[in-house]
Design a protein. Structure first.
Lengths: 245, 306
């Protein structure tokens, strides 16, 4: 299994185009969005706009690469029969999923770090050392939730349907969850919904750290529930897929 | 010493109303090289899927080495090369073969597997840049990454040219000579004829014939007769010839198959006919196969006779 994980990581690293854009574009978006805002406070929060956008874009970037990377690849490999071939080895199903998550985590880490570097250099964001480290760790770890979602999507949709389905889920979650603009700007009813989305909880982890505290238990719990839901769903879909082919 | 490699008992698998495999009972013995023949849609791929545990049977049981297919695979007793088995992309041949060796409980050294499958020269190529025949050889390398007791191959030589096909079967025979059981499905009947100890003919999910290539040929009617006739051809008179198993008239050419070609030709002259370009030849496995499946087709269309 270690060989498979190593191989998945190497494949991701080899895919230079995917790597480049996944790593670069959260930082580019950060500059575009944070550049237009001054250092005003985010409504309903003590965070300044650059701080908010930094965590939002780091989370968004991590989300992008794990979600897009996994769903499309899995759907493709399922179609091509590689998953079938793997089932003729003693590799357990979860080994494949684990390797996929590991392969995508390789992209997430540099994407997060580069957003931070750009934020510190271009927008003068300053945090304590522990905050930088905790932010990196929390955003990286939280991306596992969406990696599981990506696996599940790869099993739900196939062929041409994967991309649109992934896109809808991706933009829906990103916008509603407040990754692109603070959810506090939304009407109250939408805020009530946003609060329970995994993306909102994900961004909230980082924001709590930026404010100098620990992530809220509620957000951690929301993410944990979603992780179980997505991973459970992925496992169930994997088994269903097994019956089909 | 060895347990039965493959045992199907009353196995049925249907997709909706279509029975892909119908009440299949089958035993493969250790060390046999067995060809699985059948026209498209005969249920070959479904049979192999059931054998490998990729699909569950509706009824009946499939056991490999006295256990479930999944367990036999986990124990590293089965190597398989699927027609539908894709390869991992963006990796080198050496890497994917290395992965197969790593996942096998009783692996061979990677270099040895590469050499044996004839992919050592392309070991550093990317998998997604290979030709069809090269891909097949990589699949073969995956199927032989370790010391399996049973090797299952679905259309293994598809996409290979004649030379690599011959090289492939030489490799395969070496595997069989080590006492392995080999089961392969193929479209190329001459492969079955030349390589298999035993031939299974599958048609519409049922086992039509099971024997050596020679026995299958005998079953289909021993010889084929072909000739041309001038003038009007009286098909019913020709159809009444003794020992005839098949008759086909196309234009002036008459083709027939007979259990006793000597008697049939004798009777043919007895009709007062003067056949030209007369040819009498043994039936190839291919014709035998066509004869068997056609006979079955006619049986199932006509009155049901059990």
């Amino acid at each position: 299994m270690k060989t498979l994980i190593a191989l998945e990581i190497r494949r991701t690293l080899r895919n230079k185009k995917f790597m480049f854009f996944s790593v670069i574009y959260p930082s580019a978006l950060f500059l575009m969005i944070a550049g237009t805002q001054g250092n005003a406070k985010v409504p309903g929060s003590d965070l300044t706009m650059p701080l908010f956008v930094m965590v939002a874009m780091a989370s968004f970037g991590a989300l992008t690469s794990v979600l897009m990377g996994n769903s499309e690849r899995i759907a493709k490999e399922r179609e091509k029969g590689w998953v079938r071939q793997l089932r003729l080895t003693r590799l357990p199903g979860r080994g494949y999923v684990l390797a996929k998550i590991a392969g995508s985590a390789v992209v997430t880490l540099p994407a997060i770090v580069i957003v931070f570097v750009v934020a510190a250099a271009a927008k003068g964001v300053r945090l304590d050392a522990w905050q930088w480290i905790a932010l990196t760790a929390v955003i990286w770890a939280g991306s596992v939730v969406f990696a599981a979602l990506g696996v599940a999507l790869g099993y739900i949709a196939s062929g041409d349907a994967v991309r649109p389905v992934t896109m809808i889920v991706y933009f829906g979650l990103s916008i509603l969850g407040g990754l692109w603009m603070p959810a506090t700007l939304y009407p109250q009813w939408l805020q009530n919904i946003a609060e329970w989305l995994p993306t909102h909880a994900y961004a909230a982890l980082g924001q709590a750290i930026e404010l100098g505290g620990a992530p809220h238990a509620k957000d951690v719990a929301v993410l944990a529930v979603y992780f179980l839901l997505f991973a459970g769903g992925a496992a169930w879909l994997y088994r269903k897929d097994t019956l089909k082919a | 010493m060895q347990t039965t490699p493959v045992q199907f008992t009353g196995v049925t698998k249907a997709y909706g109303p279509v029975k892909a495999v119908a009440d299949l009972t089958l035993t493969l013995r250790p060390g046999e090289t067995v060809a699985l023949l059948g026209p498209n849609g005969a249920g070959k791929s479904t049979t192999l899927d059931l054998l490998l545990g990729l699909r569950p049977a509706d009824t009946g049981t499939v056991s490999l080495f006295g256990t479930t297919p999944q367990q036999a695979i986990a124990q590293g007793r089965v190597g398989a090369m699927l027609q539908s088995g894709g390869l991992m992309e963006e990796v080198r041949v050496r890497e994917i073969v290395g992965l197969a060796c790593d996942l096998h409980p009783k692996p061979y050294p990677v270099q040895e597997v590469l050499d044996r499958a004839g992919v050592a020269q392309i070991a550093d190529r990317m998998v997604n840049k290979l030709s069809g025949g090269q891909e097949q050889r990589v699949r073969f390398a995956l199927a032989t990454a370790g010391a399996n007791d049973l090797i299952v191959l679905d259309e293994p030589t598809t996409g290979m040219d004649v030379t690599s096909r011959q090289a492939f079967w030489a490799t395969m025979r070496a595997q069989a000579d080590q006492g392995r059981t080999v089961l392969f499905a193929t479209h190329y009947l001459e492969e079955a004829d030349a390589i298999a100890d035993r031939v299974l003919v599958l048609h519409k999910g049922r086992l039509l014939a099971d024997g050596t290539a020679a026995e299958i040929k005998a079953k289909a009617g021993a010889r084929r007769i072909a000739f041309d006739l001038e003038g009007a051809i009286d098909e019913s008179a020709l159809g009444a010839l003794p020992f005839l198993t098949a008759l086909k008239v196309s234009g002036r050419t008459v083709r027939m198959q007979s259990h006793d070609a000597d008697a049939t030709v004798h009777a043919l002259y007895g009709l007062g006919l003067y056949p030209r370009n007369l040819e009498v030849a043994g039936l190839g496995l291919e014709q035998a196969f066509v004869a068997i499946t056609e006979a079955e087709e006619n049986n199932s269309q006509g009155a049901l006779s059990a």
